[in-house]
Design a protein around this ligand. Structure first.
Ligand code: HEC
Ligand SMILES: [Cu+2]
Length: 360
């Protein structure tokens, strides 16, 4: 939207406002669009304010007592009423349509976005990268790449805000929320919690470090903990005994979880549900919430047994499971170390599947 005014003028305005710390820098693709709407709102408010001030001053002079000793009563004027209805209606509709278009853009992550998990707690932000990099109150990201944040809180409401990217979303206990952005300029920007969340709310801050692709790759390689989230999830899956039911054995008590992510599952009540992150999390904590058709509701709840990070690990593991093979391999092997053979694990009559992989 910065095309409405000269880009040079726009850059000058933003640089000037940023320089005087009135305005955060524009460091994401969406920022100029959010600002254009913001300045439009400021401009129409200023015009409205100007009009009111002008009329107050003008009328007090034009209809002062000497000129107009007796008040004139006006009983309705269709023209006047139509004018002050139609003009604001048009302005509000413009704001609405413009805002709605921007809203959909801000809230629909592109499908190629790189997903990073953020867990809010009193009083810090814990960041989990799928590659196994863990950070606290810091978020390293590459520029020119859409990033999706999957956000949750492990205690109270928080709100994850990066003013320089013009994004902000609630971190809600028990629910995954997403937010996305694409950084354009390398640099360090603020992360704020923008929802009052207790005594040290004001210290619930952090830094986004936006880096070039090469710098990001160097950072990711040196800060990995060695295990991806999916690998941690695989261990948890074994140590919590999930694989005692979710295996492809002849007497498996639970459904096959390979390729379950993203599929449409039919529930006992006949309705369908999409197996997304939220569905997986809900199922682990509260299996009776959505009872899948065709199975006895015997899955125990894992409420209180898995941390929010552990749930993220399990979700990452299940979403990357594209064959049952990996699960079969973790059976009788609670350390979770995958066995590097192509053979069908003992005790199952499953056909030998092509060696499965967990997409990293
Ligand atoms: C006692 C057996 C049992 C155990 C242990 C078990 N599940 Fe389940 N699970 C089931 C059954 C049965 C269903 C299907 C019926 C339902 O939805 O309750 C199910 C459903 C699911 C689903 C929904 C997918 C679908 O196709 O229905 C997911 C995801 C899941 N389990 C994950 C897990 C995870 C992760 C663990 C370990 C933390 C686990 N399960 C432990 C029996 C089990
Ligand atoms: Cu907070």
């Amino acid at each position: 939207m910065q095309h409405f005014i000269s880009p040079v003028l726009w850059q000058f305005l933003i640089k000037w406002l940023t320089y005087f710390a009135i305005f955060p820098p524009e460091a994401s693709t969406i920022a100029p669009y959010a600002d254009a709407l913001y300045f439009f709102l400021v401009a129409i408010s200023a015009v409205g304010l100007g009009a009111v001030i002008f009329l107050v001053v003008y009328f007090s002079i034009r209809y002062r007592k000497e000129l107009n000793p007796v008040a004139t009563q006006i009983e309705g004027s269709t023209l006047l009423e139509a004018t002050w209805t139609i003009i604001p209606l048009i302005l509000f509709m413009v704001c609405f349509v413009w805002g709605a278009l921007l809203y959909f853009r801000i809230y629909s992550p592109p499908t190629n976005a790189m997903n990073i998990y953020v867990v809010g707690k009193q009083w810090m932000w814990k960041v989990e990268h799928p590659g196994g990099q863990h950070e606290i109150n810091a978020l390293h990201i590459p520029i020119n790449q859409p990033i999706q944040i999957t956000l949750i809180s492990q205690d109270v409401f928080h709100s994850f805000s990066i003013p320089a990217f013009r994004v902000k979303r609630e971190a809600i206990p028990g629910r995954y929320n997403t937010e996305w952005f694409e950084a354009t300029t390398p640099g360090t920007y603020h992360i704020f919690c923008t929802q009052y969340c207790g005594t040290l709310h004001s210290q619930m801050i952090g830094e986004v470090v936006a880096m070039t692709e090469e710098d990001y790759e160097a950072w990711a390689a040196q800060s990995t903990s060695g295990n991806s989230l999916a690998q941690n999830g695989e261990r948890l899956f074994a140590s919590l005994g999930c694989n005692s039911c979710h295996n492809s054995g002849p007497n498996a008590h639970g459904p096959n979880l390979a390729n379950v992510y993203g599929s449409h599952l039919q529930l006992k009540n006949g309705s369908f549900v999409t197996a997304d992150d939220a569905f997986l999390r809900d199922t682990i904590l509260n299996p009776t919430m959505h009872e899948v058709a065709g199975f006895a509701p015997i899955m125990p709840t894992y409420q209180g047994q898995v941390s929010e990070e552990g749930l993220i690990d399990l979700v990452e593991y299940i979403r990357r499971l594209d064959t049952q093979y990996r699960i079969d391999q973790t059976i009788d092997n609670s350390a979770g170390q995958p066995i590097q053979t192509g053979a069908t694990p003992p005790g199952t009559s499953a056909p030998a599947l092509a060696p499965g992989t967990v997409k990293q």
